[in-house]
Design a protein around this ligand. Sequence first.
Ligand SMILES: Nc1ncnc2c1ncn2[C@@H]1O[C@H](COP(=O)(O)OP(=O)(O)OP(=O)(O)O)[C@@H](O)[C@H]1O
Ligand SMILES: [Mg+2]
Length: 319
Amino acid sequence: MTTTTVEVENLGKRFKDTTALEGFGISAESGTVLGLLGPNGAGKTTTVRILTTLLRFDTGRAAVAGFDVARDARQVRRRIGLTGQQTAVDDLLTARQNLVLFGKLFRLNKAEARERAAELLDQFRLGEAADRSPKQFSGGMKRRLDLAASMILAPQVLFLDEPTTGLDPAGRREVWDTVSHLAADGTTVVLTTHYLDEADRLCDRIAVIDHGRNIVEDTPMGLKRRMGADRLEIVAADPDDLPVLVGIVEPLADGGVATDETAAAVSAPVTEPVAALTAAATAVRDKHLTVADIGLRRPTLDEAFLELIGTTGKEEDRT
Ligand SMILES: Nc1ncnc2c1ncn2[C@@H]1O[C@H](COP(=O)(O)OP(=O)(O)OP(=O)(O)O)[C@@H](O)[C@H]1O
Ligand SMILES: [Mg+2]
């Protein structure tokens, strides 16, 4: 049975003259991963701090694990875990000692804390490294230890603020696997990220946030569809050909055509990539043009954001 474990409506938060959140809403079903995706300053950490009872909000309503965040903060705290942007473990202790310490902070007695530490070391594949200092750990191992520390009480809802920032690809994959397993075991995970690939890989739903507002919320598949999954790109051999290339790409495009003068490149989102590529290549041949490159590529995160934010901006203008 699934239930909604995170429910946020119309959330508003101001810091003096900065509006960090305005009319913001999200929801997450139990055992799913919800991603908050947005650029710097979008309001991701503010949302996480509010939902973990660390920060008061001005307007709206927020409930976590069935309890109101403002009224029942203590009940909420018992049911959540949080891994912040900074690592919380102590380099002077071993991994095991760190987890025992966290257990005691959560009021487990000595025997319980030890037992829980052993379980978590096993669950997070840190058994062999248990009696070493995290100082000697790779970034991925350190993050796993952080995650283990936030799982002491087996929380219903786990909040992760940028869980993989600063990790190399192997470390990121380790954390991704860990998070996927936790969700499969029934934990609801809310994570923030800048990375589209991370959101894509991990999340059941993604809420895109910018300037404290909802831009769009969708499944990763739906989001990619909205972004016009592929882009047709032609790089000119002679920059003087750029206008002609724009003329070729324009009728094939499903969205704005972007011209990059420095790279001598023209690109645009296309909904039928193979047909568009074929048509573009034919036009280039028919006009006897020489191009440096012609092909399909995925949109970059920047383009994806620009497209999403641009679209909603236009909708706002209309109302
Ligand atoms: N304690 C504070 N005092 C004043 N302004 C703040 C405070 N905390 C956050 N802000 C502002 O609120 C807005 C949202 O910040 P927030 O930290 O939530 O963004 P974020 O999405 O987590 O960004 P990042 O990706 O850089 O971590 C920003 O404009 C930020 O400057
Ligand atoms: Mg942040």
